[in-house]
Design a protein around this ligand. Sequence first.
Ligand code: CMC
Length: 442
Amino acid sequence: MTSQAIPMTKKNADSVTLIDNRTGKSIDLPLIKGSAGPNLIDIRQLYNETGYFTFDPGFTSTGSCNSKITYIDGDEGVLLYRGYPIEELAEYSDFMETSYLLIYGELPTAAQKKEFEYSVVYHSMVHEQLINFFRGFRRDAHPMAVMVGVVGALSAFYHEHTDIQNPGEREIVAHRIIAKIPTIAAMAYKYSIGQPFIYPRNDLPYTENFIRMCFAVPCEDYRSNAVITRAMDRIFTLHADHEQNASTSTVRLAGSSGANPYACIASGIACLWGPAHGGANEAVINMLKEIGHEKNIPEFIRRAKDKNDPFRLMGFGHRVYKNYDPRAKVMRKTCHEVLNELGLQNEPLMRLAIELERVALEDPYFIEKKLYPNVDFYSGIILRAIGFPASMFTVLFAVARTVGWIAQWNEMTNEENQKIGRPRQLYTGETRRSFVPVNKRK
Ligand code: CMC
């Protein structure tokens, strides 16, 4: 039976009725209303009552959990963290304050903010033994591969002592992960360029400390740049959470079995690595380099529209946003600020990106399919100007998204009657058949 054979008709405001045209039976499915966004049809009893599963690969119409953390209205281009618009947080808040907000649900008081920042700083050093894991990797290993391995290895350092049912311990896990991931990320970078690791400093704020761990060398003093630090901090804020995206869902799914939280975060990093997700900012730079010159833009636009060509305009389109990604607007402005500060206003890739965006936004294909620049379109240009190689871009995304992952993991673990995530499938393989001994196989 196909889904078309089961029409849904609206019966009353609180439920929908599903009629099985084969048997004539009907079932009322309750509607669940959130504080914002579309209603959801509660199908938890569907299989018990009808024997049917739903089919939704890619989860385009499936809500997987309750969450109070992040809200997106993709049609209007709205992103709220705990109710606060991302544009306001990017302008007036900072990454540590936003992290507190995502984890605890409210903006901190001055005293709470200080205490939180102190706790994060205090946990930023990694076990000296962890350094040995880096040495096992080839120098040319992709830093995301190193991140997956080393963050996963954290679970070996904090396993026996981690009782995830205890809220106090979950809080320590959250602070520890937020604190150690930037240290590990900076180490992954230093390792890839053959420079000595720079240890964190407890007297520096989170983002300044991170940039220093990436760019300082032991043989000279490091001077931070306020514009760069602010831009990096804003990039972290913009990437901190994004509702039930692929990597967050991965963390939740891994965590739903009660697995070690550090291992769950490593699974999120693995998922984020893909070019359709966090790897897109790296892909944008590669694409801009490949385009090379404004005169080649029409050819690449043509290729992006050609169904027989796998090429897609990287940094364009989003599963949820069918309007300008609000993060992309902030990113575009930040990009100009950074390039001005560094005297790179005429950076060719930036000029190319602006022209590409203009052409795509006027093209009927992109208009019709509601394909707008996403957060990754400009972030790569900023990160490149700051001095990061493209291979580090997704690592920086992972540093920021760690906060969202841990907030979502904590929310899930705190839930009453929390269940292991276990989707079903549409089986299309062989049905039962008998084993054939090897000498009888043709
Ligand atoms: N260039 C050209 N065509 C596109 C693009 C694009 N970037 N994105 C979507 N389309 C077309 C696609 O071919 C399809 O056409 P049709 O309906 O004729 O088959 C239609 O638009 C819908 O695309 P989809 O692949 O069904 O949409 P999706 O929601 O599954 O994919 C996406 C979302 C982000 C994976 C996709 O837009 C994409 O591949 N974009 C480029 C990669 C990128 O920038 N990713 C970063 C996402 S934002 C950061 C993050 O969340 O991690």
